[in-house]
Design a protein around this ligand. Sequence first.
Ligand code: IPE
Ligand code: IPE
Ligand code: MG
Length: 265
Amino acid sequence: MKTSELVPSLSKSELALFERLDPKRLPRHVAVIMDGNGRWAQRRHLPRVEGHRRGVAAARETIETCARLGIGALTLYAFSAENWRRPKAEVDFLMRLLREYLRRELPVIHKNNIRLSVIGRAEELPRAVREDIERGMKLTAANSGMRLVVALNYGARTELVDAFNAVLEETRAGASNGELAGLRVTEQMISDHLYTAGLPDPDLLIRTSGEQRVSNFLLWQIAYAEIHVTDVLWPDFNRARLLEALLDFQGRERRYGGIEPASSN
Ligand code: IPE
Ligand code: IPE
Ligand code: MG
């Protein structure tokens, strides 16, 4: 997808926001906590699931806009490892919605050169969901455009536990007892074994619905992410709100512990 395809479709107010963006200083990786579907529905006296349905449209618009802007990676928090605590009917609905989304949107994702991947404990998801995900990942594996990462049954603490265990397993397999006794874990070893291995850390974390918390999302990776919290509920999050988040990001001074702004972003 190209920015040139984005511009003609922008409304006047979106264009005004877009023109303020510096195309050279876009985040390489945007991560989003898509929150507030239930409240959106509640305010309209609709069932919570209606909010989830509308949330899918917001996700589609965000994916399309990020891809057209040339953002390298977009990670969407779709279902947390803690979301199983919800009523079974809601969980079942979310799984159905995800399958519906994948079936409908996969051709579009593929056509736009987007590469799909999933982070989280996929093995605990219903088999039908797993199969749809695998099909999507296979189909788009060779695509060279934006990385679309869907966090499903994802929890950051679980991810860290899985990473440490993977490091241990690999070392046990290849090392003698003496080497094991001297084993030291490094930052690089940890990041290389996270579900997100190979992706740059998010530069920008967006959370909708005003909640000032990270809810067990990418704890390691967001160490130096800029955080944009908006009161907008996820189903109302659209292109203009995304452009505002990107402008907010570009207005930040990133120092990484130093005293001068870092040269990039
Ligand atoms: C986010 O919306 C979607 C998921 C967590 C799956 P919520 O369902 O959490 O909506 P609120 O927070 O109850 O409004
Ligand atoms: C975070 O939202 C998870 C997703 C957006 C998938 P929650 O609604 O589950 O988070 P809490 O419970 O408000 O922290
Ligand atoms: Mg919520």
